[in-house]
Ligand binder design. Structure first.
Ligand SMILES: NC(=O)c1ccc[n+]([C@@H]2O[C@H](COP(=O)([O-])OP(=O)(O)OC[C@H]3O[C@@H](n4cnc5c(N)ncnc54)[C@H](OP(=O)(O)O)[C@@H]3O)[C@@H](O)[C@H]2O)c1
Length: 278
């Protein structure tokens, strides 16, 4: 019997790569979307398809005989997602969308707006509203490797960062199992860890001390601007991180409820990525 494939967007990214791996382990045929198939580095039994989410026409070939789609939307603005979601809904029965906790603030956030589009498309959906990814700390890797230092603002910002494998395990269940349609899952790591402690834990895992150095806000802002491309987004991110010094991020138990095992700790994440920091 032929099994319909699952299309994984963002298949070369932190989460998508793990989704591909989880689907392969279950024997589900995987189609992986990327803008650069030559650079994808995915296993041979994965059908890699060239496509750009900003150009829905380029995604249409990838959707033939696809039953479910793991969807990320790569931009902060929802503009451009309308034709893509329409296109997916015309082919697939199910979308599992990689959203963010901020979607709870409504459609004025990009994630909330994309959720609304998906709801209105008529396709069965599951929203994975994630807190911050532990993988964001890979941005510290170069300075840790070279100087043994993390230089960032708000040493005491307390975060419940999540391992990409936990998001992917929930995604694979939602893509392949019953009972997830119409569910909005708020996903975080299992504990709150301050940024200073994240640096310390990375140091313990790599066997070399890592020092957290409080970075002045203007310097952080200047470093973030070219990455975020929008001063208002930078200021919002800095204000949010600042707020976490006195109001730590929430911790949910949804990963455990959906997968049957607790979410991985930040230390476990650092162990999985030790090579990046050595
Ligand atoms: N970081 C966080 O803390 C956080 C929290 C909540 C939600 N999120 C959401 O998570 C998503 C990022 O996930 P990630 O960290 O797994 O990804 P990532 O490691 O940042 O990689 C980005 C992925 O998106 C793909 N991509 C980017 N632009 C594309 C385009 N125009 N067309 C096709 N593919 C495109 C890239 O594929 P190619 O380069 O191979 O084409 C790559 O696979 C974002 O949508 C973000 O909003 C992030």
């Amino acid at each position: 019997m032929r099994r319909d494939a699952v299309l994984v967007t963002g298949a070369t990214g932190n989460v998508g790569r793990q989704v591909v791996s989880g689907l392969r382990e279950m024997g589900v045929p995987v189609r992986a979307l990327t803008r650069n198939p030559d650079m994808a580095g995915l296993p041979d039994d994965v059908t890699v398809v060239r496509g750009d989410l900003d150009d829905p026409q380029s995604v249409s070939a990838a959707l033939t005989d696809v039953t479910a789609v793991f969807l990320l939307w790569p931009s902060f603005s929802p503009e451009g997602a309308v034709p893509l979601v329409e296109q997916i809904a015309a082919h697939a029965c199910r979308i599992v969308y990689l959203s963010a906790l901020q979607a709870a603030d409504g459609p004025e956030t990009g994630w909330g707006a994309v959720e609304r589009l998906i709801e209105e498309s008529g396709v069965a959906w599951t929203f994975l509203r994630c807190g911050g990814f532990a993988a964001n700390t890979l941005g510290w890797a170069e300075r840790i490797r070279e100087e043994g230092v993390v230089r960032a603002p708000f040493a005491n910002a307390a975060r419940s960062l999540i391992h990409e494998k936990d998001i992917a395990e929930v995604a694979v269940r939602a893509l392949t199992g019953d009972g997830h349609a119409g569910e909005t899952y708020s996903l975080t790591g299992p504990e709150v860890v301050t940024q200073a402690d994240q640096a310390r834990l990375i140091g313990e895992v790599i066997g070399r001390p890592v020092r957290f150095e409080e970075q002045p806000l203007p310097e952080a802002r200047a470093e973030m601007l070219p990455i975020f491309g929008d001063a208002a987004l930078v200021d919002a991110a800095l204000a949010y991180w600042g707020s976490l010094v006195t109001e730590p991020e929430p911790v949910t138990t949804t990963v455990a409820q959906v997968t049957g095992r607790p979410a991985r700790t930040f230390r476990e994440w650092a162990e999985d990525h030790a090579a990046d920091f050595r």
